[in-house]
Design a protein around this ligand. Sequence first.
Ligand code: OAK
Length: 795
Amino acid sequence: MRTFTKYEFHNLLEDKLHKQRMTTVNEATNTDLFYAIAAIINDEVHQTALETMKRHHQNKERQVSYLSLEFLIGRLIESNLINTGFKSVCDEVLIDLGKDPRHVYHEEEDAALGNGGLGRLAACFLDSIASLGLAGNGFGIRYRYGLFEQRIVSGEQIELPDNWLKEPYPWETRKFEETVIVNFGGTVDYTIDEHDNMHFTFNNQEKVQAVPYDVSIVGYHNDVVNNLRLWKAEAFNRVDDGHGYDNRLNYMNNVERISGVLYPDDESDDGKLLRLKQQYFLVSATLQTLIKRFKSIHELPLTQFHEKNVIQINDTHPTLGIPELMRILMDEEGLSWKEAWYITSHTFAYTNHTIMQEALEKWSYDLVKQLNPRVLMIIEEINRQFCLDISEDQLKDLSVIDDGVVHMSRLAIIGSFSVNGVAALHSDIIKKHTFNDFYQLDEEKFNNKTNGITHRRWLLNANPGLSRLITSKIGDSWIAHPDQLRQLLDFKDDENFLSELDAVKVKNKQHLKKVIFQKTGIEVNENSIFDVQIKRLHEYKRQLLNVFHIIYLYHEIKDNPTMEVQPRTFIFGAKAAPGYKRAKEIIRLIHAVANVINNDDDVADRIKVVFLENYNVSLAEDIIPAAEISEQISTASMEASGTGNMKMMMNGAVTLGTMDGANVEIDERVGRDHIIIFGLSSDKVIDYQNNGGYRAREVYQTDERIKRIMDELNDDTFTNGKSFNDLYYHLLKDNDPYFILRDFDTYVDAEKRAAALYNDKKKWNQMSLVNIAESGYFSSDRTIKDYNEDIWKLN
Ligand code: OAK
């Protein structure tokens, strides 16, 4: 990659503005500048992308393909500027032009092709794979509409379509000449020849063009550019397709819907045919491409495909890749079942991201048949052969097809050579409980890969103040080697450093205060603790527990008006799946409670409740650097890992959380003095679950604080008219499945401890420092190195 002086960059910008935007530097709008800068970046990056590809081809490199139905990318301009090394020169040129660089960069629309944790993880992984110089590419879907835009109207969530492609997306290149065809539906007949080989004929299949759009993934200062290929579904327009005009329009509509919209359900499986079509569309298009590339690069027989390719599947969503690779190898390439199975089961590696039952994908047998009957035949045969080796009484728990249902996780485990969880605790639970039967059959297959986040986006770019401070003390090699952040531990007793650290946080809080005011009109107290819970809205993540504590605090102040309290600003950001009624009720409750508290002069400046609408990657980049308490309060055992916990830790927030997911490993690294832990253990939760739960009603009846809060849900304290009795009855009748009442007492205690610790500013800053210093482990660079060493084994 070249480097530019200010003068050179300015000239390039001028040139791009003329030629591509028909404007001048003096008249350019922020939009013009954004597109011109993107064009400059692309010129450099595309060149490097070609060189990277050529190098990989020449070296006949083994490569990983990361298959995911979701890539929650966010904006790319700043990370591309940082990774190419153009960021500071670009900032300077913009400032000279009288522009605020942030405003220019914020012209970019977030690419929200994902729901939450799983999709954002995929995006962090691509950044790390490229930054470590590994040969690895992503494959996903170019949804015309990404994750819905959330609006709050009268305190309730409304969803709007996310029209992110209304303006051209500057980072993509359409590669029509690399289109492949995916076949859906129809019926299949076969004949058997004299050598016992089967030959298939297909009737009435729907043919869909998968058109690739490539997005370059830039490595950090290493002249490596990898690729994210996003597939778009397009119809054929041919006269010989046997359709009349109406049918043809109908067909076109159906086809374009395949890449029409991202399913907004996070960790729930609603069993719709269109979703299954998206999955098959992604895997079929990708595998056809990988086979073609293998043939063109390597002079090797296809039986060595798995030596040059590993495919990591992001949860079970791309599991149909397993039967699809079998189909291609046998039906199109003429390999035997045995050969095809050996290759397939040595190519795929599966990552599990949840143990929540509602997220473990199960498709009806009939739906899979409707999707592609040949693929179903192959699944049946995989299962038949697998079941030959297991006992009768294991069938119920292990068979891929059971009771008219296809269990995707079982297919994924059987067809993969590696199965991993995403944090140590989660991987243990998988082995001990969720997939215990499979674990017993093949212990070696199971492993852990604790998640990580790219510190380049979440620290270097999102928090320039903190990054500068760190670099001023320990130099900048932490950027390439984040474990070096541990050198900061030397400054634990350095009062100067601690107050500089504090000053950075204050500045970031002032920025967030402005953002909050602009978005909500709420004036928050910048001296209050910024207490943050940002993540998808899910019962198991227990935003409701947080609200219960806020109501409790409110009661305390109302009852003792002169009481001394540490001022608090509770900040929420959360989208609920559009069909998830109870989650939407919790959003309504947060707003109702906020409305009462924020307008009560008795508590003014002491507690404020803020809900920031449309939480997304870019908003996270504003919130996280300002966070002081990181609320990670899921019911133990239910959060596979969490990654927001890592982002906030890296920015100096102290975790207040349960012993769940990666919190356990954060605790292990920072030590109990630098984290605030509460609540049931995962063993205890699982124990209760296996024995019919605990007695929620008893807690309600004996704990007056809880009774008072719950009763207010049922009357009109927080709303006039529309109470929250569904939540009230749910907690009692369904026996509080997420243990909110059970953990309330220790949660209140943990919040008290947090407030007391915050009161001692020096102590708090030390806690903050230790968290930053120990966060290097949670860089996705470490995670990807682990994947590579244990699973991918690339050069
Ligand atoms: C989404 C849909 C289906 C299954 C899982 C998910 C998902 O987002 N899971 C989340 O994955 C993250 C990345 O591994 C974890 O950090 C979260 O704990 C997990 O809930």
